[in-house]
Design a binder for this molecule. Sequence first.
Ligand code: 3H9
Length: 697
Amino acid sequence: MENVVRYALDGSIATINIDNPPVNALSVAVRRGLLDALERAREDGCEAVLLSCDGRTFIAGADITEFGKPPASPSLPEVVKELERFPKPVFVALHGNVLGGGLEVAMAAHYRGIVPGTKLGLPEVKLGLIPGAGGTQRLPRLVGAETALEMMTTGKPITAEEALRLGLTDVLLEGAGKEDALRWVLNSLGNDARPRPTAACKVPSQPPVEFFDEYRKRIAQKTRGQIAPEIVVELVELAMQVPVSDGQLVERERFLQCRESPQSAALRHVFFAERATSRASGIPADTPSRSVDGVAVIGAGTMGRGIAMAFANAGLPVCIVESNQERLEQGLEAIGKSYATSVRRGRLDASEVASRMACLVGTTDYEDIADVDLVVEAVFEDLDVKKEVFRKLDDICKPGCVLATNTSYLDVNEIAAATGRPENVIGAHFFSPAHVMKLLEVVRGEGTAPEVVQTFMKLAKSIGKLPVPVGVCNGFVGNRMLRPYARQAQLLLLEVGTPEPIDRAMESWGMAMGPLAVGDLAGLDISYRSRLAQGIKPHSLREYAVADALVEMDRLGQKSGAGYYRYDGYKRSRQVDERTIELILRVGTEWGVPQRSIEESELIDRLLLALINEGAAILRERIAARPSDIDVIYLNGYGFPSWRGGPMFQADQLGLDLVLDKLAHLKKATGDTCWDADPLLVELAERGEALSTLNQA
Ligand code: 3H9
C-alpha cells in the first residue's frame, strides 16, 4: 500500500487514514490505497471502518492535475462502490473542505460525522465538470432534488450546520482528533449501527413534473453558454426515476464527455492560473516582506472609499486623508451608506458593520499618517496631481513605508521619481468597486524593491484580493489590451452601421457585455478625455469619430441616458437609437467606409484577435510574466467568460498557426497595420510551440 493511505486495526475498528497534502486529493495512489485498505479491513474481520484524513482538510476532491492525462485504474466510481457495499458499517470523520470526489466518498460511506467549521460541496461545475462518482445520484437521495440542484449547479459549499440540518451528515463531532471520531464509532456500534448504503435510500419527495423545466429556465441566464449545469439538471431528473447503479452509468458517460470538453480544459486552466499569479515572477519565494499594521488611503472619492473598505473589511486600521473636512465627511458618510445597504440586503449584520467602521478614521492633515506602514494614493487620475501627493508623502511618511499609487494607466516610474525613495513605490490598479472586485494589478516600477512587491502581494492576498504582478506601460495589461479591442469595435461599428450585432455577437460568445455596451457603461467621456490626454484630437481618427461626436452631443453613455444606445426607464434597458444609426451612417460616408453585413464569426474573430495580438506584445515586452496572468486579468476584470479560459488560452485553443493565418487574412483585407502579427506569435509558431509553454516562466 502506498504511504498516502495508512491502515491500522484499532481493536475491532479498521482505521483508514489519508495523508496526501496539501488537500488530500484523490490521486491514483490514494484510490489504490483506499481499495487495498478496504481489502485488508475485510480480511481482518473488522467490526467497522473509520475513514479520516490528516492535515488541514478531508478530501477536497479528485486530483485535478490528473484530468488531462490518460485515466489510471482504479477509477473513483469503483472505489466509491466498494466503500458503499462494504459489509460492515463505514464511518467518515469530516473536517476542513469536503469537496467534489471527497463529498462523493463521504456520501458512499454509511455514517458521516462532521467537525464544526467544515465546508461541504460539489464544485465540479466550476471546473466544467459534473460530479462523476455518484454525486448526482446520491445527493438528491440525501437532501432532496432542489437542494441538490442548487449545490451542484452553483458549486457553492454549505456549512456543517446546514449539512446537519439537511441530513447530509449525521452528527457533530467535538473535535478533529482521532479519539473523538473513535468514540463516536464505538457509541454508534453500541447502538447497533449497521451498513446503511445511500443508494438504498429513496429520493425524499418527488417534485412536480414541471419542476425541472422551470429550474432549467431559472438558471439559464446565470449559466449561459456552459454545458455542465444543464447536464446536472438532466442527471438529477434521472435520479428521481432510476436506481443509483443505472443513474451512475449515465453519469459516468456525461462526466467523461465534460472532462474531454474545451470548457473543462479552460476552467481547469483558470483554476491553476489563478493560483499561479500570486507567485510574483522573478521574485524568490523567500524574499522577506514587511509587516503592515496600519494603512492610509489618500482620497475619499469612489476608488479611495472602496480601497479603504477593502482594508477595513479585513480588519486593518485605515486612515482616510482628504483635502478638506467637507469632502472627508462626504466620503465617510458614503461608506456608512454602502455598509447600511449591505445590512439591508442581509449580507452583513450590524455588529460586523460596527467593527468595520471602527477600523476607519479620517483626517485632513498628512502629518497624522506619518507612522503608517502603507499608503494607497487614490486621488484624481492626473500625473501632476499624483506626483504632488507623492512629494508630500515622501516628506512625511516614515522610512520603509510602502507608497502605492492606485492608477489604471499612468506611469508609475514617473510617480516614483517624484520621491526620494522609488524602491518603496508600487502601482496598485484596483478595479471598481474596489471593496468587491478581487482583481488587482500590482505594478512593479523599474526601481520597486522585490521586498516591496512581496509585501504588497502578501497584503493583497490577505485581504482577499487576486493580485497579478504586471510591469509599467500605458494601461498595464488589462486597459492596454482594451484599447485595440475597443478600437476594433468602433471600426466594425462604421461597417455594420449599428452597435447591436457587435455586442450581441460577443455576448452570445460569452462576454458579460459587448464592447460598445461596455463603453456606454464606463462613460464615453472617459475615453474621450483619455484620447485628449494622449494628444489625439477629436475627429482626427476614423475609429473614434462616432464616439467623439456622441460625446459632443452630450450622449455620454448610460449616465446621460444615451450613448451608442438609448437607455429608457428605471431598468435602463438598452435600445437601438435611430439618432446613433444616422450618425454612424454620416460619419461612415465622410470617412468613405461602406456599410456591409458581417458574419458573427468575423465580428468575434476581429475582436478576439485584437486582444490576442496585443496580449502577445505585452508578453514579449515582459509587462506580464505569463500568458495565464493575462487570462486571469481578463476573466476577473473584463467580463471574459471563465469557460473560455481567457484570451491567451483561446489563442492556444485555436492554434497559433490558425491565429497567424487569420491575422494575415485580416491584414490583406484591411491593410491595417494592427494586424501585423506580433513577433512572439510568429516565433512560437515557428518552433511549433503554444503560448502555454511560457506559463512555466
Ligand atoms: C472532482 O472531484 C471530480 C469528481 O466528482 C469525479 C471524479 C471521477 N487537485 O486553493 P489552494 C492544490 S473535481 C489537485 O491555494 P486553499 C492547488 O493547486 C474536484 N490540486 O488552497 C494548490 O497548489 P499550489 C472538485 C489541488 O486553502 C494547493 O492545492 N474539487 C486540488 O486556498 C492549495 O490550494 C474542487 O474543485 C485538487 N482537487 O483552498 C476543489 N485542490 O500550492 C478545488 C487544490 O501548488 N480546491 N489543489 O498552488 C479548492 O477549492 C481549494 O484548493 C480548497 C483549499 C478550498 C480545497
